[in-house]
Design a protein around this ligand. Structure first.
Ligand code: ADP
Ligand code: MG
Length: 817
């Protein structure tokens, strides 16, 4: 199948490539296509077979079609074949049509409950405390990062080997591990040409045969006996291992073997859990070690989830669930592989639920801490607003009010302001800094890059200078002397608002009285940096700003300890960016549009996706593109920004573009988030289909920042297929970042929108937000409801203790002393 499919794909690619450039040179492609499709057909599922039948009929009429019809037909074929005919999907569809496979399931190992359960703390003890555990075993467990008993319980298999599902000989696939069942038809000891001896056994199951080969002479005796006995008694034998294709048929080298005796199976007829191993440890050892602990302790594990939640969510009991993830028996193999078997669901829910509970309690606690109550009056707010060159939008007003409420309260503010690019977050932050300064406190504003810090510095100065509030700048590229001058001014309180990069959390930086911390584009910083900056003051208020439009549940998990405000409105008079999909062969149109805009004195970005194959390639591509556009857009000047430049070089180029030293910026790197060049009105994104929707939206947000009409051109090729076009159309149809984020979520799942690692979303032992977003939503709902009903978690001591043990440190819930 793979051969004919591959040839079809190659032929269609050739024909449609470069807008059918080679089409006139390929004679009678329908003949070859008919042959290839006929070869392919028997290997397909019913639906695809029917489609191929239609194609074959159309191919008969192909010679009568006009050239235009032929091209349309080939284009259609090409997109269906590319999008719907992946080997994997075809195999899946095929398998669904086959009758369910036979399974041989050995008697499972059941959990035997102890008459008396232990309190949950018993499980927090170090593994050393387990009776009968050896020091060696303890050491090995430590290598896996397992300290406590509960760590071992949570050390879940990351995949399972299915040794229960029998594959018929006729359906074996090479290079995969499979279980076969058959009768022994031949046993022979052979000497190979190079003098080696091997034992060869043939198993047969009516659909075909497979050879089992043993090369280790020491085991010949044992296996000969086993197979001869089975042959004599006519008993079936199970064999498991990687199937290889050889000239004489399918072969398994050194299979696991067992005679099929009902009720007596030991090795086969099981689903084998596979654990991550540490260096120098073998899978079998790791499995034995984990199983040792689990078998000893799970019989004593109490249930800690409220019965009501367990019933509502249809969750297994804790001990039972943990037992079955480590010792699966009658779970469905395909459910286990996708982490959706009932025991896995319970364990994943468990972790996310505990996390959400800890988060909620942390929020309760933070609210009780003593921070600064800024005396923000109505007059002060009016004073700030009056001096602005524009009127705040309704959304800005609302968010500002939420911030003022927080600032006035004695507990520290922890607020996230989420707002689409260009929604005007900076002015809101500047207002907060103004209130802080007027109350006699300093503000620190942290941005992820130098250029953003510079930009904020200018903006804050613009807003605050009229009031005589001194704004300072602190970045890594400043000289030691310059830095020291700023350090002094911060320490003495001369500088009221300091804008900077990571340089702000350096040791030398001391504030006189830091009262407010503003962090921009939070997703570039971890929680840790936030805490570090916070430590420079005494319980300062914290305001985090982000343009990443993350769906709410995810936002609340990522920034879980923050209250969320949303600026969901753009300033009046802001014209939505006009977005259009263009095909790569429409270049002349694009050049014309670009020139029209440049003539008006506007500027343009042209962005290429990162070429990752190699540094050299990327550099070459970037330089070529730069050259190409410099020629095309003469006499306008074109600058270049690429991924291999150092941050300083990038900043220099950006600054030059801001000043207008060139009018077009070709970039092979994603343009710095948040950069503000109001004169830029055109954003061209090449190979737009390779970007995620959220990323495209961010890029588009680089234009449309003034009152001029701006344009975004998503350039793609005609060959990308339906799905890609559908995605790009979302951008054509809306400028709303949240709608786009949701569409993105539907297309790709949350993990990709939002790098899980950086945000602390990756701290789970079993849950994976990419995979488990649906469970997260449920867990969050249940946790919130429980906290509302029972804020102190009265009567749920075990649950409380386990939550603190798992997430207490992260959320600062462990009481000291
Ligand atoms: P972002 O939310 O992307 O950080 P900015 O705060 O940089 O947005 O604002 C983008 C631009 O819009 C800035 O030039 C800013 O001065 C301007 N702006 C902000 N609020 C308003 C408003 N209410 N009316 C008009 N222009 C505004
Ligand atoms: Mg901004």
């Amino acid at each position: 199948m793979e051969k004919s499919l591959k040839e079809i794909k190659e032929l269609l690619n050739l024909l449609t490539k470069n807008n059918f450039a080679l089409f006139p040179r390929v004679k009678d492609p329908e003949k070859r296509l008919r042959k290839l499709f006929s070869e392919l057909k028997p290997h397909l599922d019913r639906k695809r077979k029917a489609w191929v039948d239609k194609v074959l009929k159309l191919l008969d009429t192909y010679p009568q079609m006009t050239q235009e019809q032929q091209k349309r037909f080939l284009r259609e074929l090409h997109s269906v074949i590319t999008l719907k005919f992946t080997t994997e999907e075809i195999e899946k569809a095929r398998e669904k049509e086959l009758p369910p496979k036979e399974r041989v399931v050995a008697a499972g190992k059941n959990l035997k409950r102890a008459p008396k359960l232990y309190p949950i703390e018993a499980f927090f003890q170090p593994v050393e405390k387990i009776k009968g555990i050896t020091a060696k075993r303890v050491n090995r467990l430590k290598k896996l990062g397992i300290e406590s008993v509960i760590d071992a319980i949570y050390y879940l298999p990351f995949r399972y080997e299915d040794r229960t599902t029998v594959t018929k000989m006729a359906q074996l696939k090479p290079d995969r591990e499979q279980l076969v069942k058959g009768k022994v038809t031949a046993i022979s000891q052979i000497k190979t040409k190079n003098g080696k001896e091997l034992l060869k056994v043939t198993l047969y199951d009516k659909t075909g045969a497979v050879s089992l080969i043993f090369l280790n002479k020491k085991v010949f005796g044992y296996y000969k006996l086993l197979f001869e006995k089975a042959k004599k008694l006519g008993k079936e034998v199970l064999a498991y291992g990687k199937v290889k294709r050889s000239t004489s048929g399918f072969t398994i080298y050194h299979p696991e073997v067992e005679v099929l005796e009902p009720g007596r199976l030991e090795k086969l007829g099981r689903i084998l859990p596979i654990y991550h191993c540490a260096e120098g440890l073998k899978q079998t050892t790791v499995r034995r070690d984990i199983h040792f602990v689990v078998e000893k302790v799970l019989p004593f594990m109490p249930e800690y989830l409220p019965e009501k939640i367990r019933k509502r969510q249809k969750l297994l009991e804790a001990a039972e669930a943990f037992w079955r993830v480590h010792f699966p028996s009658d779970e469905k193999p395909e459910e286990l592989q996708t982490f959706r078997s009932p025991p896995q669901r319970r364990v994943i829910f468990d972790e996310l639920f505990l996390f959400q509970l800890a988060l909620a309690l942390h929020r309760q606690k933070v609210k009780r801490e003593r921070g600064i109550a800024f005396p923000v009056t109505e007059e002060l707010i009016e004073e700030f607003k009056k001096a602005l060159p524009f009127k705040l939008t309704g959304a800005q007003e609302r968010v500002l009010k939420e911030i003022v409420e927080d600032m006035k309260k004695p507990e520290p503010m922890n607020r996230l302001v989420q707002g689409d690019v260009g929604s005007g977050k900076t002015v809101v932050a500047a207002a907060a800094a103004f209130f802080a300064a007027k109350s006699g406190y300093q503000t620190a504003v942290m941005a992820p890059t130098e250029i953003l810090a510079n930009q904020h510095y200018k903006k804050f100065k613009e807003f605050l200078k009229p009031y005589g509030i001194t704004v300072g700048l602190l970045t890594g590229s400043m000289t030691k002397r310059e830095k020291e001058t700023v350090y002094r001014a911060i320490k003495e309180g001369v500088i009221k608002v300091v804008v900077g990069t990571h340089a702000l959390i350096q040791e030398g930086v001391e504030f006189k009285n830091l009262g407010l911390v503003v962090i921009d584009e939070q997703h570039r910083f971890g929680v840790k940096q936030r805490v570090e900056l916070k430590k420079k003051g005494k319980m300062p208020d914290v305001l985090v700003m982000t343009a990443t439009p993350i769906p709410r549940t995810l936002a609340m998990t990522a920034y879980g300890d923050l209250d969320v405000s949303v600026i969901d409105e753009l300033p009046a008079g802001r014209k939505p960016v006009k977005t259009e999909i263009l095909f790569s062969d429409e270049l002349p149109k694009l050049v014309k549009r670009l020139k029209e805009e440049l003539q008006k004195g506007n500027r343009a970005y042209i962005v290429y996706p990162l070429v990752e194959e190699s540094e050299k390639l990327e550099l070459k591509a970037a330089t070529e593109m730069h050259h190409f556009w410099s020629e095309k857009l003469k006499p306008y000047r074109v600058g270049l920004l690429h991924g291999k430049m150092k941050q300083e070089e990038k900043d220099k180029v950006m600054e030059a573009f801001k000043r207008g030293e060139f009018q077009v910026l070709v970039s092979t790197t994603v343009i710095e988030v948040g950069v503000d060049v109001p004169e830029a009105t055109v954003m061209v994104i090449e190979h737009a289909e390779r970007f995620g929707l959220a990323q495209l939206h961010q890029l588009r947000g680089r234009v449309g920042r003034g009152d001029r009409q701006s344009y975004c051109y998503l350039v793609t090729s005609r060959e990308v297929g339906e799905e890609a076009i559908k995605r790009l159309k979302v951008l054509e149809s809306t400028n709303d970042g949240f709608k786009i984020a949701e569409a993105d979520l539907a297309f790709r799942g949350p993990g990709e929108i939002f790098g899980t690692r950086q945000s602390g979303l990756g701290d789970f032992k079993v849950a994976d937000l990419r995979r488990d977003y649906d469970i997260l939503k449920e867990a969050r709902r249940e946790a919130m409801e429980l906290i509302k009903e029972n804020p102190e978690l009265n009567g749920l001591e075990e649950l409380k203790k386990l939550m603190k043990f798992r997430f207490g440190e992260k959320f600062d819930l462990v009481e000291v002393g």
